[in-house]
Design a protein. Sequence first.
Lengths: 345, 81
Amino acid sequence: MAFTATRDLMLPATVTGSWPRPRWYNQNLWGRPLDTAMMDPWFREQFTDAHAVVVSDQARAGLDIVTTGDYHLDEDVAGRSWHHYPLQRWKGLEHEELQTARTRSPLLSYPIGTMLDSIYKTWRWPRVVGKVAHDPKNPLEYAKIWRITQQAAAAAGRPVKFGTCSAQVLAFFLDSHTPEYSLDDKQQLIWDMAGAMNLELRQLAASGCQVIQVEEPTLHFMARYSPEKREFIDFLVDAFNREIEGLDNVEVWIHTCWGNPNMQKVFSDESYANSMAIYLERLKGDVWTIEATENHLKELPLFDAFKNSLPQEDRRRCHQPPDPPGRFPRGHRRTGAPLPQAHPR
Amino acid sequence: MRRCLKHIPADKLILSTDCGFGRQGFNRHLAFYKTAGIAMARNLILKELGLPERYVPVADPRLAWDQLPDDEPHTHLPPLR
């Protein structure tokens, strides 16, 4: 971990990642390898042009760090592709299907007639049928997508932040149909997914990406709603650190929120109180972003207790007077999010 | 942003959105101007802190194009007033 993109910037401005598509961008991958789709001139032209557009939009808006807009993800119901993109490409998963009444996932038990019931059931989930692993025949291609976007951003002189869902958020939705994994204990599944994701992130870092954002590790959810599961929370810390292992010269961001700001809320009594120390002191990474405006900034005082624990090193690296950005290894910056969102991911 | 700075030092603060804008239902026009609002608010705070502001192209009056250009008399009708 290292501060690269934001080292000399006071109050860097960016967005989380996904960005509404131009109206003409109507192509999708639907599980195909990127290289396959890029042989189609209609897809190729839309895909590269769309990435140039999102970079242009964000640069014109004055952002310091731009994103890919998550334009490699399909335009499907309620942002499904955010988590299905890796699931459609890793080994050990097959046959997306509607959930049965016997599913073990509590997230799939919202009352019929609610939007969340509609979303979670429409999404469908694959069966786990074997050991989950990276598939070299259909890689996630994060490095290639980043290069396409950074090529467009080069003239604007902006670094492109690449974001991906955390591997550990995926397992909670899946039911195992193989003796490879226990039906209820998700630890081995999470561990294997973290390893599969790590390969892709290492490739992304090797390609030159300076800012990698891993989105929605489940620690704030677990610490808030199941704080008694200490051993499992400890395991999730290890799993997350495994996911980003080896990203030594990359600025690693950890994005967290509580689901659907401005849409039908998933939680009503969310709080980071139990996970402050986890995110600030136990996870590797450089930047931690939080959901702030959706709850009217009420959790900001939680940071007061951690002010003095931040390393107070080298605050004079930047040329900008009078108080340039300091950096702290394994410390975390935090996001004061000035705007609420209208759509998840 | 000012409320954030009461609890988080300016050199430890990054400005972003609560979550992504999504793909299915959100308006690109809205996303653009919400985002420009972040950058312009950043500049307000930088100014308050005595630091250099950073360029926001969409907020550059010289580049504004969706108005009657009173200062382009060669190609437009003269202003009414």
